[in-house]
Design a protein around this ligand. Sequence first.
Ligand code: KG4
Ligand code: ZN
Length: 349
Amino acid sequence: MRILGIETSCDETSVAILETNGRRFVLETHVTASQIQDHLPYGGVVPELAARRHVDMIFPLLVSACVPFDGSGLDVIAVTAGPGLVPSLRIGVETAKILSTVWKKQLVAVNHLEGHIYSAFLPDLTVGDKVVIQDEKKELFPILCLLVSGGHTELIIMKNHGIYERLGMTRDDAVGEAFDKVAQMLGLSYPGGPAIAARAIHGRRDAMVFPRPMKDSHNFDLSFAGLKTAVFVHLKAHPIQNEQELNDVCASFQEAAVDVLVEKTVRAALQIRPQGVLLAGGVSANHRLRDVLEERILRACPGTTLLFSPLAYSGDNAAMIAAAGYIRACRNEFVNPLELAADPHLSLV
Ligand code: KG4
Ligand code: ZN
């Protein structure tokens, strides 16, 4: 099966063609246009501007991805239908609907979060590489998923391909949002996550003790608004005087965020005893989170398979959407192109 993936849920326009025989994914082509430079002056994504950039980029990307002009050779079109920014989602969804109708190809609506989950099934492959998606020798499920992005922070049990149960989620800000807001307070550039992570390398993780909200709560929910406010209050009382102090705040904030994420994930793993622990979403690019999670999970539950999204696919991309689309297509979950609508609140469970 050859799947055309289209992703436009936020500020990346991305197109990919993924081929699979059910056991392997082969990434044939993959192109992504980032809008970071467009949104930089505003310190965050401006939805209407994002939509206009998607309009500018979607067809040039289809051309540069060498998608056949008549859709020949393609079996399915998979598009992100939500969650995300409505103006952005609409560009991808409407494009996919038109192509599906004109080319007479079946259409699959993909949940963006499910896409992030499937990014962990794409190792650091370059175009043409193959990856096994089904290992008959080893049981894959259940997989405990920690999804950490700019809009979502969730702990999910993946019981099988396409079957999810939510264990917990943030009650307020997503962890990526907290990184972005704290970066803004510190005068660092957008997006805040990479900027804070880069500074944190040179900072002391124990320079300030920021709160770990809900770390000891008897559930798997999370909260990051209090941590963000604590950094704000600290900065009011102790304005940054030099580079070292700035780095220390970054390292101490990052440590608090990583600490709660890892603690909740390890506790969930001890309760569920999953075959694998999966880490995905934009914040999964954070090296401190990857290192601490790997160390703690392998200590608590030796033998657990770690499925961490490769750095190349931790951000928004169409390869992961095509991969998730394949699973939906196998289950015949096709949608009518005349009826599909972008859904900013589309839920995974
Ligand atoms: O998944 P993603 O690309 O877009 C959404 O679906 O939201 O995630 C974007 C988020 C942003 O908040 C960004 O600051 C954060 O991921 N991020 C990071 C890192 N790289 C990106 N956060 C912490 N450390 C990083 N290295
Ligand atoms: Zn995302």
